[in-house]
Design a protein around this ligand. Structure first.
Ligand SMILES: Nc1nc2c(ncn2[C@@H]2O[C@H](COP(=O)(O)OP(=O)(O)OP(=O)(O)O)[C@@H](O)[C@H]2O)c(=O)[nH]1
Ligand SMILES: [Mg+2]
Length: 594
């Protein structure tokens, strides 16, 4: 299936043409039929000579309903531009074309309608010239009459060729379904419709809805009027949502693959067209089926910061449109450059930001994001629309290897941090000569790092971590009895490395709290909890064993795989969580972070 939105001035014959092509009525409302005018979006579809299906989103031409028109064309990458032979190029012909251009629509057709009323030549020549100057470029043109049916076979053939030109949808992309309609069906509850541009939807899927705490569940799916278990892009879909009240969502909301989108009310964008100086301070941002008031703050010659009245799930590279609703004027298109931009608090920050933005082009750029953000979670980047390769080994560029957990770091910044950590530890040792190292959390604060796991990952020999402190590895020999006791632990537990001596065995070995403390400070034992100690070098092995389990795994599966007891498994997993080697899920199962 492919989806085309109509465009064109009021009364130029868009709905008549859709009706003639599909045999379906795009004007759904009695009021539309009474007034002979489209007010809101209409939907219809038909089979083409090739056997493929085209679905139309029919838009209103009247200037009062341009916001409805924009909600229709926003998520649709192809347009059928309609101009009447007897009236020619008119104001909303121009405004609709400007909107398509601002959104970067690159695929389209021109139909000169009402060709039974006047010579289509002049209207066609003017429209072709106007369209050629936009993102659509030179488009095929057909003269038609919705009344007599003349030209319809040629138009059908042209639609088939257009379908063949369209890029294939990306089926494994996450779903972002912009809702263009919502209604209630008796017995089924809330139904929303939209154009699925990428990805797949299945009955039973959970989806995220901005502002809702709980995911919503797909109870039923329809496409082209038929129930289906699954719909793959590109498709017009109607989604029945289990247990979601109708007033929870409507046009401009988006149903999303959970966890894959960043909701933002602050974006930095590049303007296509008008220079920033001419923009009013408040405008409406149209993206997908949404229309949101924004405040505009100019930054560079063609870059601005937009503060949205409500957050939207936007991605780097999104195309959107700014419109001045008061003046009925499409101010121009925008490319989203950054969906999580830094605050501009310091003097000169705006000018510096303008320089950064001058380098960006809206194409996701992982290396550049790391350079600018210095430290960022891979998941956060993906949610901004910046893909992070997940393949391991040589296929993954070195800068895309996580430094801890799923944290990525700019390599140059990471080296600086490692040096600063060494300096801080040395300074702490000078200032506190009696302390056995600098607490990890104090280091985290000094280096302004968001996660302890980052501090731990920065510690390299000859520094080491023991008992939550970073210090030079102790070179002092342990007191003789303690060293002997540790030796015996090694001999007894070396082949069962995740078993810990029971409390009475520790007493037998002569390992009281003071002796254990000394052994832990010297790095000879690893303390998981009071009276629970392991040999210090077993953590990597534990992660390896856990990585071999089906993911996610439960505490009990981990305990069995490690051949140990709850007494060890519970604090061991908690330690691995803190180090970012494992992650605890809301249901208490865990995964190994790769
Ligand atoms: N003679 C003739 N009349 C047409 C043709 N196409 C449309 N009309 C007439 O033009 C008028 C407007 O047609 P619509 O199809 O409603 O126009 P529209 O572009 O959908 O209008 P809006 O949705 O309000 O923007 C109607 O009276 C149609 O019957 C045509 O090819 N020939
Ligand atoms: Mg109409």
């Amino acid at each position: 299936m492919f989806v085309v939105a109509t465009a064109g001035h009021v009364d130029h014959g868009k709905s008549t043409l859709v009706r003639a092509l599909t045999g379906m009525e795009p004007d759904r409302w009695a009021e539309e039929r009474r007034r002979g005018m489209t007010i809101d979006l209409g939907f219809a579809w038909t089979t083409l000579p090739s056997g493929g299906t085209v679905a139309f989103v029919d838009v209103p031409g009247h200037e009062r309903f341009v916001p409805n028109m924009l909600a229709g064309v926003g998520p649709v990458p192809a347009a059928l531009i309609v101009v009447a032979a007897d009236e020619g190029w008119m104001p909303q012909s121009a405004e609709h074309l400007a909107a398509l251009d601002a959104l970067g629509v690159a695929y389209g057709l021109l139909a000169v309608t009402r060709a039974d009323l006047a010579d289509p030549g002049p209207a066609m020549a003017r429209a072709r010239a106007e369209i050629a100057a936009t993102s659509l470029g030179a488009v095929p043109a057909v003269a038609v009459s919705g009344l007599t049916g003349a030209g319809l076979p040629e138009l059908r053939a042209a639609l088939d060729r257009l379908a063949a030109d369209l890029p294939a949808p990306v089926l494994d992309d996450p779903v972002r379904l912009w809702v263009d309609r919502s209604f209630t069906v008796r017995g089924s509850g809330t139904v929303v419709t939209g154009t699925l541009g990428a990805g797949r939807l299945r009955v039973g899927d959970e989806l995220e809805l901005a502002g809702a705490d709980e995911p919503v569940r797909v109870r039923g799916l329809h496409s082209l009027g038929e129930p289906r278990p699954e719909a793959a892009a590109v498709a017009r879909v109607a989604v029945n949502l289990r247990g979601t009240p109708r007033d929870r969502l409507g046009r401009g909301d988006a149903l999303l693959t959970p966890g894959r989108f960043h909701h933002t009310d602050l974006v930095d964008v590049r303007l296509a067209g008008d220079p920033a100086a001419d923009l009013p301070a408040t405008l409406t941002l149209h993206v997908g089926s949404a229309a949101v008031p924004v405040r505009v703050r100019p930054l560079g010659p063609d870059t601005v910061r937009l503060r949205l009245a409500r957050p939207l799930p936007l991605l780097v590279g999104d195309r959107a449109l700014l419109r001045d609703p008061g003046r009925h004027h499409v101010s121009g298109g925008v490319w989203v450059l950054d969906v999580a931009p830094p605050p501009l608090a310091r003097r000169g920050a705006a000018a510096a930001r303008a320089q950064v933005l001058a380098e960006l082009d809206g194409r996701p750029d992982l290396a550049g994001e790391l350079r600018r953000r210095r430290l960022v979670r891979a998941g956060a980047l993906v949610r901004m629309g910046v893909p992070v390769p997940t393949v391991s080994g040589r296929d993954r560029p070195e800068f895309a290897q996580p430094v801890a957990g799923d944290w990525l770091a700019d390599p140059a910044y990471w080296r600086v941090l490692a040096e600063r950590l060494t300096e801080e530890v040395a300074r702490h040792a000078r200032e506190h000569p009696l302390e056995p190292g600098m607490p990890v959390d104090a280091l985290r604060q000094r280096l302004a790092l968001p996660d302890r796991a980052l501090v731990e990952a920065l510690v390299r020999p000859p520094l080491r971590i023991h008992s939550g402190r970073v210090g030079a590895a102790s070179t002092d020999a342990l007191p003789e009895p303690v060293a002997r006791a540790v030796q015996r632990v090694r001999a007894e537990y070396g082949d069962r490395p995740f078993r810990a001596p029971e409390a009475d065995r520790l007493v037998d070995l002569g390992l009281g709290p003071r002796e254990i403390g000394a052994a832990v400070r010297a790095g000879a034992l690893l303390r998981l909890a009071d009276n629970v100690v392991l040999l210090p070098d077993v953590l990597d092995d534990a992660v390896r064993v856990l990585a071999g389990l089906p993911q996610p795994f439960t505490l009990s599966a981990a305990r069995q795989a490690l051949d140990t007891t709850r007494r060890v498994a519970v604090p061991l997993l908690e330690l691995l969580d803190r180090r970012g080697a494992t992650r605890r899920l809301p249901d208490d199962a865990r995964i190994v972070v790769t």
